[in-house]
Write a protein that binds this ligand. Structure first.
Ligand code: N7H
Length: 440
């Protein structure tokens, strides 16, 4: 089995608290930082074991990860065997489909960020207290460059991302951690997520075992604009009101209804009971008896976000196991104001603090974004872009298959409803790597 005491908690299970702060820093004085990393930070790092039971969860959880320039700043010369990590996310900006760096948070542009601390707790006050104590311990050995505060949305929107869709339903089941996958959950080798574990084909230094690459993206979401687009383009079908037609369009762009119910199992109307049932809400492959998987889009469009990012039976059975990530993001920003809703215009930024873990960025996040979401002809032909996260340097995106009554009809998305504000690639090391290698 896996050594869950040695694996940072956010990777396999997620810290899953109401509040999460992403604290991006540079290392100003490595010689001063290293002993404090061992004496003051390491004891605060929340392990996977601690997260397994509520009784062992600390009030405020902490995880830490370093960029390639951060590892260099610590004097690490070993290659981690991942070219995308080594190059940093800014170098991958064109590959990811971002329209240049104009929308990037300035601190993400370049390679100045050395690390990120992830603080998670029930309240902002708890997080503020933990940050103050970490800052006082580390003193001037680090410099705060940028923070992003995430929060679970209020009330009945808890667990739903800013567009309103339930998130966090489908993550792979890592062998050695989850004994019995839920129906429809993808089993993956531990090495798909963790370096140096079975199934990881990279060449890694021994100390990198049980670490994982963390792809961080600040993805802003233009919620009023997205809603206006749905209102303006309802799917027209017998028996549907315009509102139902708009809801159907949104569900087909996502591949799931706002409740989480998959359109593959509930193709015309939402089914909140199905959406809330973890034994059923992920139990589909896109295959149906008597239906041609390669041509039929009446159940789920080929381009739907969840089909682009996990094509299931489209890749054959068993599906290709290496292109999986574990997602652990959280929304950020305020709720849509009445004024924003009335004017169909975003005035205050909101979106998803996107976090994805994998052992190989070129197979994981970067593959899903670049090769699946951003390519109009991958897996199928002519399906167009992922209408949610696909990007073509800001150009309008054509999508087909969204209208169940006419699968060749195309729809042009005039703008990106998700705008990348950039991010960075990090390595979340094991606790023993921090102890034996990064802090000495
Ligand atoms: Fe996506 N959303 O609400 O729009 N995502 N995603 N994602 N996403 C998923 O199945 C969302 C993004 C994946 O196993 C759901 O848990 C938003 C990127 C993958 O069937 C919803 C953003 C990438 C899956 C969203 C965003 C992915 C997935 C359904 C950004 C990779 C699982 C809930 C602002 C490059 C697929 C669920 C599977 C599901 C949303 C980004 C990947 C609702 C808001 C950048 C692999």
């Amino acid at each position: 089995g896996l050594n869950l005491d040695n694996i940072q908690g956010d990777i396999l299970i997620g810290m899953k608290k109401n509040q999460e702060l992403f604290y991006f820093f540079s290392i100003a004085d490595a010689a001063a930082f290293k002993p404090k990393l061992a004496s003051d930070i390491l004891p605060l790092i929340t392990t996977t074991t601690q997260l397994l039971q509520v009784s062992t969860q600390p009030t405020t959880m902490l995880n830490i990860a370093f960029s390639a320039t951060g590892l260099s700043a610590l004097g690490i010369t070993d290659s981690l065997g991942d070219a995308d990590f080594a190059g940093g996310q800014f170098a991958a900006l064109t590959a990811l489909g971002d329209p240049g760096s104009t929308n990037w948070v300035p601190q993400f542009a370049g390679t100045n960020i050395h690390g990120v601390m992830l603080f998670a707790s029930d309240t902002v006050a708890n997080i503020d207290a933990a940050v103050a104590s970490v800052e006082s311990a580390l003193g001037s050995s680090i410099t705060k460059l940028y923070t992003l505060a995430g929060a679970v949305r209020p009330g009945s929107e808890a667990g739903h991302e800013p567009f309103g869709f339930l998130d966090g339903i489908s993550n792979p089941a890592v062998e050695g951690f989850i004994a019995t996958p839920l129906p429809g959950q993808a089993p993956v080798a531990a090495g798909t997520i963790l370096l140096g574990e079975s199934g990881d084909t990279g060449t890694r230094p021994a100390w990198a075992q049980d670490g994982s690459f963390l792809a961080f993206r600040q993805l802003s979401q233009l919620v009023p604009e997205f809603n206006k687009f749905l209102t303006d383009n309802p799917i027209v079908m017998d028996g549907l009101t315009p509102q139902q037609g708009s809801d159907l369009l949104g569900a087909r762009m996502m591949g799931r209804w706002k409740s989480g119910a998959p359109v593959d199992l509930s193709p015309v109307f939402d089914d909140p009971v199905l959406g809330a049932d973890p034994t059923r809400n992920n139990n589909f492959t896109f295959e149906h008896d008597g239906v041609n998987l390669a041509t039929n889009q009446t159940f789920c469009p080929f381009a739907a976000h969840i089909r682009k990012t996990r094509p299931r039976a489209d890749l054959g059975t068993p599906e290709d196991a290496i292109h999986h990530i574990i997602r652990a993001g959280i929304p950020y920003g305020p709720e849509v104001s009445d004024q924003e809703a009335a004017s169909n215009t975003t005035t205050t930024e909101r979106g998803l603090a996107f976090v994805a873990y994998q052992s190989n960025l070129a197979n994981g996040f970067q593959f899903l974004q670049q090769i699946w979401a951003n390519k109009p002809n991958f897996v199928h032909t002519g399906e167009g872009y992922d209408p949610i996260v696909g990007a073509d340097a800001g150009a309008p995106r054509v999508v087909t298959g969204l209208d169940p009554t006419n699968s060749t009809k195309s729809l042009t998305l005039p703008i990106d409803f998700i705008v990348s504000r950039g991010g960075e690639y990090f390595f979340a090391p094991s606790l023993s790597a921090i102890n034996t290698t990064l802090s000495v």
